[in-house]
Design a protein around this ligand. Structure first.
Ligand SMILES: Nc1ncnc2c1ncn2[C@@H]1O[C@H](COP(=O)(O)OP(=O)(O)O)[C@@H](O)[C@H]1O
Ligand SMILES: [Mg+2]
Length: 353
């Protein structure tokens, strides 16, 4: 059982063959996942409403902190977007979530059970795709599924039909994988992760490198899976890929969680206005000296971004006019998720501003 589990994870993650991962498992590379099962421990009913919880999760490679004090909660049934630029620590986090590497500190609970102590009962409820899937290019899509099904045991031909239907590859199942588009390969990777019907699906940048059509297909697939009640944890460095599908997002930068919120919360207007005005520095200084205007700033185009007295643009306009600074243009500021992402992960933070 433990060996089979190791099979499955390695097969989907290391880009090499089953035989290699079998050797790895025998060499004990996945030892930390091989905790004996002790029924009745490490389980609380209330925590069951969460699919995933990390607390203080930390991974250090020598001097480098790849993941630092990460506390995340993913609720059952949601599509959670795990966003961050390249190198932010997404893959490292996901490897810890799957028991593939040991955290330096912190804890992971999956469906309320501690991963370290209960890996062998928890991990079968998880399906994963890390970076690009390991596929046998000279075999058909179906035979790739059969190979993994054989290593898992207990997966019927009917289940293979089901996952092929789910990922939209039924009509191409007999073709060699080397003839597949990148999008089809990624979807086959998701199919492999789905074979044992996991409740939680962890996908590391599944849309990475896909063309726009492939991205739409992947998005549709995730919607379908969520509609079937799966919990999905999906990472990306591109917000546009996930903003239409995720209910909530966690944004990570330099290994640290910058924010965890619903997409709606992140993009909600903050009652600010963008004002194009002559002498913006002077306007900024003046506005900032007002009790309502302390958070005012200039944007990258040199426009004043400011709250308004009583939240009313008209009042901000009047205030500026009375100060002899006549606005050329005054509009409510709106944020799209892309801007939020840039603000949270960009230079502003790097410089502690
Ligand atoms: N095995 C490793 N040894 C040393 N440093 C690593 C290792 N894996 C990842 N890192 C470093 O940890 C940081 C996070 O990497 P990673 O988790 O791959 O980021 P992401 O998936 O968000 O692009 C990077 O600085 C990376 O160079
Ligand atoms: Mg990565």
């Amino acid at each position: 059982m433990l060996l089979l589990l190791a099979h499955q994870l390695s097969f989907l993650t290391d880009g090499k063959s089953i035989l290699l991962s079998e050797r790895q498992a025998q060499n004990g590379m996945l030892q930390e996942t091989q905790t004996p099962l002790t029924p009745g421990t490490g389980y609380t009913a209330s925590a069951e409403s969460l699919a995933l919880r990390t607390r203080g999760l930390t991974k250090r490679y020598g001097q480098r902190l790849a993941v630092a004090d990460l506390s995340l909660e993913v609720r059952r049934g949601e599509i959670f977007g795990f966003l961050g630029p390249n190198g932010a620590g997404k893959t490292t986090t996901i490897r810890m979530l799957l028991g593939l590497i040991t955290p330096t500190a912190g804890s992971i609970e999956i469906f309320g059970q501690d991963l370290r102590r209960r890996a062998s009962s928890v991990l079968p409820r998880v399906g994963a795709l890390i970076e690009t899937p390991a596929l046998y290019l000279y075999m058909s899509g179906r035979d790739n599924l059969r190979a993994v099904a054989a290593s898992l045991g207990g997966v019927s031909e009917r289940r293979i039909d089901e996952v092929l239907d789910l990922v939209g590859l039924r009509s191409r199942q007999k073709d060699r994988v080397k003839t597949y588009s990148l999008g089809m390969k990624q979807r086959l990777g998701v199919a492999l992760a789905l074979l044992h019907d996991p409740e939680l699906l962890i996908l590391d940048e599944p849309a990475n490198g896909l063309d726009p059509a492939g991205i739409v297909e992947m998005r549709d697939l995730l919607h379908t899976l969520a509609a079937q009640g799966k919990t999905i944890f999906v990472s990306s460095h591109l917000l546009s890929e996930v903003q239409q599908i995720c209910t909530r997002v966690g944004i990570i930068r330099l290994g640290r969680l910058v924010t965890e919120a619903s997409v709606e919360e992140l993009t909600r207007g903050r009652g600010e206005f963008v004002v194009r005005v002559e002498r913006p520095q002077e306007a900024l200084h003046l506005v900032r000296s007002q009790p309502w205007g302390v958070s005012a700033r200039l944007n990258e185009r040199g426009e004043l971004v400011s709250p308004a007295p009583g939240g009313r643009g008209r009042e901000l306009n009047r205030f500026l006019v009375e100060a002899g600074l006549i606005p050329e243009l005054l509009t409510p500021a709106t944020l799209d998720l892309e801007q939020v992402f840039l603000q949270l992960t960009g230079d502003d933070l790097a410089h502690g501003r």
